[in-house]
Design a protein around this ligand. Structure first.
Ligand code: 5GP
Length: 179
């Protein structure tokens, strides 16, 4: 058994301010147009729901689910589509909404899949960016926060499906249980 230690990295108030700034940026970039937000389940659901409410444009949303991480902290390195989009994105201004950009394998895979469907434009919004671990040269057009190479939970991000409900983003450390 391991002991789980949480340390706040980004407070909810700072997240709220940054989400509003990213939304303003998107609103300015797509003036007078509709944007179609695609959330990557499950991690991006909280970020997407806060972000979309701050965008002052005509919007629509959809979700896609992939698996790259298992139940633990390490990536399997394999990306698999678990749930496809509900509707066609041809001709739409798509913004793919990610919780965190880490190795870039997930985003690289999703961009390849979505480009084939001929959206009018395709951009990426990521709440968090961990550039230290990048294996693929992909980047987000809108980034909430650049963070160091720590494993984080909260504001949608999980550890074995727990902690998604934390309002702050926290670093999770695992310590061997004392006996
Ligand atoms: P990538 O394919 O870029 O390595 O990883 C993307 C996915 O891995 C994210 O959408 C997220 O689900 C998961 N991930 C990467 N880093 C972290 C982290 O620090 N914490 C959590 N909870 N998930 C992470």
């Amino acid at each position: 058994m391991e002991q789980e230690i949480l340390k706040v990295l980004i407070r909810h108030a700072a997240i709220e301010r940054r989400v509003r700034a990213v939304a303003r940026h998107i609103t300015g970039d797509f003036k007078g147009q509709r944007v179609h937000l695609i959330g990557v389940l499950k991690g991006a659901c909280i970020f997407l729901s806060d972000l979309v409410r701050e965008i002052n444009l005509e919007t629509s949303i959809d979700f896609i689910a992939v698996s790259s991480y298992g139940r633990g902290k390490d990536s399997s390195g394999q990306v698999r589509l678990l749930k496809d989009l509900d509707s066609n994105i041809q001709g739409l201004n798509v913004i793919l909404v990610e919780d965190i950009l880490d190795t870039g394998l997930t985003l690289n895979y999703l961009l390849r899949v979505l480009k084939q469907r001929k959206p009018k434009s395709l951009r990426v919004a990521a709440l968090l960016d961990k550039p230290a671990r990048r294996l693929k040269t992909v980047k987000a057009d809108y980034v909430g926060f650049k963070i160091p190479n720590d494993f984080v939970v909260g504001y949608g991000l999980d550890y074995a499906e727990r902690y998604r409900n934390l309002k702050d983003v926290c670093v999770l450390s695992l310590l061997p249980e004392q006996s």
